[in-house]
Ligand binder design. Structure first.
Ligand SMILES: Cc1cc2nc3c(=O)[nH]c(=O)nc-3n(C[C@H](O)[C@H](O)[C@H](O)COP(=O)(O)OP(=O)(O)OC[C@H]3O[C@@H](n4cnc5c(N)ncnc54)[C@H](O)[C@@H]3O)c2cc1C
Length: 203
């Protein structure tokens, strides 16, 4: 995948929130995610052993004697249904961030795949770990909310509360609080520790 480079051919590295040095590559400016998915799709389309179905939603997992034996897909554009037999099924349907009232996650991150896997008897773990992007534009009625890039904090912007007070003013806080866990709850802001005193910020 081609990442953005400067005149001398070096990667254009940027900072994001909490970084001590520039270490983030980009592709297509701020379209890294779209470029990444497009590169993956091109690679999959060029691989003879991969058959890719775009625009189909996993609707059910078929079970045979307690084991998953196939899937049922439904076309998102009215193409009907498709049954596929499979001896092994790997679920990669993303997270559950879209279940929250205020989110920057796409609507598809609603846990439907996880629910199907649980119904089929899969074991789940660490479901309480949901990563929140710490900054979003609070536009009433809009969902998902427009994300405010972490590159802003990498460039020097700071997080403040309603009263203008810094949320993370001291370096010591970086040892026990991670910016990615900051979230809003009601009218107040909450965050929770994700690492013990031994955790040290690194770039
Ligand atoms: C706005 C935003 C910005 C982000 N920015 C960054 C960043 O800068 N750097 C970074 O490292 N991470 C970033 N992340 C996090 C990163 O996108 C995720 O960690 C990553 O995409 C998770 O990959 P995944 O393959 O597990 O799930 P996903 O990328 O969510 O892929 C899951 C796929 O499964 C599909 N799916 C779900 N249910 C079904 C179903 N029933 N049938 C068929 N398909 C289904 C979904 O449509 C989706 O295409 C960002 C996330 C968001 C929301």
């Amino acid at each position: 995948m081609p990442f953005d480079r400067d005149d001398q051919g070096r990667w254009q590295l940027g900072r994001e929130g909490g970084h001590y040095c520039a270490r983030i590559v980009h592709a297509g400016g701020d379209a890294s995610g779209r470029e990444l998915v497009a590169a993956l799709a091109r690679a999959a389309d060029g691989a003879s052993h991969i058959e890719r179905y775009e625009g189909w939603m996993l609707e059910a997992l078929h079970l045979d004697a307690g084991a998953v034996s196939g899937v049922r897909l439904r076309g998102c554009r009215g193409q009907g249904m498709r049954e596929i037999e499979a001896s092994d099924v790997v679920m990669a349907t993303g997270g559950i961030g879209a279940l929250f009232a205020a989110t920057t996650n796409p609507p598809g991150a609603d846990g439907a795949g996880l629910a199907l896997a649980l119904l089929a008897g899969a074991a789940a773990r660490d479901l309480e770990f949901v990563q929140f992007h710490p900054t979003a534009l609070d536009v009433p009625g809009m969902s998902p909310l427009p994300l405010v890039t972490e590159a802003l904090r990498g460039a020097g912007a700071v997080l403040v509360d309603e009263g203008g007070a810094r949320l993370m003013p001291l370096c010591i806080h970086w040892r026990t609080w991670h910016p990615a866990t900051l979230s809003r709850a009601g009218s107040g802001r909450t965050s929770r520790p994700v690492a013990g005193p031994g955790w040290t910020p690194r770039c």
